[in-house]
Design a protein around this ligand. Structure first.
Ligand code: F0G
Length: 358
């Protein structure tokens, strides 16, 4: 059996890693690329789901954080800092703690999912809830990193993008070529940029015959790239991507241009519909922001933009257990209340609609 050793070991020939690099890894990457027949049936495309919730802290951030914390350590840093809508803080806290560094994290007060807050605190982060949104947190983090002895590990740090590009390498290793389309949630557009870089390097090395068209999606209330302007008060139930001023704006526009890509906006209720489809029909439980990849595919297929038989990869970025409350809501906004029963076999059978075998 081949035991997966984390992306810095597995792809060390494609990353700035030497024998002297103090690699900090929790075994990230190597996530499943899952065939999604339910989505293929709905769209006529061949659809695969890259399940990034299977990383050590439950999101794709771990690919970038192993690189960012490793490089911080190589440069002699003792503390890292980040702004976060939750997943980056959980990942930074875990990797920094493991690597013997301090993690300071700034999160928007009351606007991150409970599972992510719990992770960052459990891993010993110095967590501050800022009375502002993510964009305010990032402004402070950047200024602190410029003027104090703390190393910034947001995706404006190129080491993060370098680590995250490995997800594209993995897709190519499974499919044998790049897909025709790649759908992905967009907040700061760091991951959109990272996949584009990974596929581009594969193309330059002759490992693929084409670039996929990179299709990125933002929530309608937080869609600066679609609107072409900063959104001052971004809103969406997909708290991970509640971002009004994407840090990688210019890189994202270049990536869209390079890949003949697309940015689209999806309403929150449509995100939640896609979340239900992923859970019930695909077998993959994600946080709401991740479901936007599915919503985006269904919308583009409906619009006739996805040719039959095209190969499509959807990145779903974060695990459903981070923000599970949405699974307990019905399509019309009510609460799911599981039926209660007595300790009684006949009653349980009856409620389940089971007839006794004869
Ligand atoms: N999906 C999830 C689950 C995320 O947590 C994020 C970003 C994205 C998608 C968007 O990725 O920013 O590279 O375009 N979360 C950051 C955080 C902002 O702080 O955890 P992006």
């Amino acid at each position: 059996a081949h035991l997966w050793r984390g992306v810095l070991h597995e792809f060390r020939d494609r990353l700035d890693v030497t024998d002297a690099t103090p690699i900090v890894t929790l075994g990230e990457g190597g996530t499943p690329l899952i065939a999604a027949p339910a989505l293929s049936d709905r769209t006529g495309a061949k659809v695969w789901v890259k399940y990034e919730g299977m990383n050590p802290t439950g999101s794709f951030k771990d690919r970038g954080m192993t690189m960012a914390v490793t490089k911080a350590k190589e440069h002699g840093a003792q503390a890292v800092i980040c702004a976060s809508t939750g997943n980056t803080s959980a990942s930074a806290a875990a990797y920094a703690t493991y690597g013997g560094l301090t993690a300071a994290v700034l999160v928007p007060d009351g606007k991150i999912a409970m599972g992510k807050l719990a992770q960052a605190i459990a891993h010993g982060a110095e967590l501050l809830q800022v009375r502002g949104n993510f964009d305010d947190c990032l402004d402070i983090a950047r200024e602190l990193a410029a003027n104090y002895p703390v190393h910034l590990v947001n995706s404006v740090n190129n080491d993060r993008i370098e680590g995250q590009k490995t997800a594209a390498f993995e897709v190519v290793e499974v499919l044998g070529d790049a897909p025709d389309f790649h759908f992905i949630p967009v907040g700061n557009a760091g991951n959109y940029t990272a996949y584009t870089r990974g596929y581009s390097e594969d193309l330059a090395a002759g490992r693929v015959t084409k670039l996929p068209r990179m299709f990125g999606f933002q929530a309608s209330g937080s869609a600066p790239l679609v609107r072409g302007e900063i959104v001052k008060d971004p809103e969406t139930i997909a708290s991970a991507i509640r971002i009004g001023n994407p840090a990688s704006w210019e890189l994202a526009l270049a990536a869209r241009e390079l890949t003949d890509g697309y940015f689209g906006a999806i309403d929150d209720d449509v995100i939640l519909d896609a979340h239900r489809i992923l859970s019930r029909d695909v077998g993959v439980f994600v946080e709401p922001a991740s479901a936007i990849s599915v919503a985006g595919l269904l919308e583009r297929a409906e619009a006739g933009e996805i040719p039959k038989g095209a190969t499509v990869v959807l990145t779903v970025t974060g695990h459903g257990l981070k923000d599970p409350q949405w699974a307990l809501k019905t399509a019309d906004g009510g609460e799911v209340a599981p039926t209660k029963v007595a300790v009684d076999v006949a009653e349980v059978a009856s409620v389940l609609g089971l007839k006794k075998s004869s």
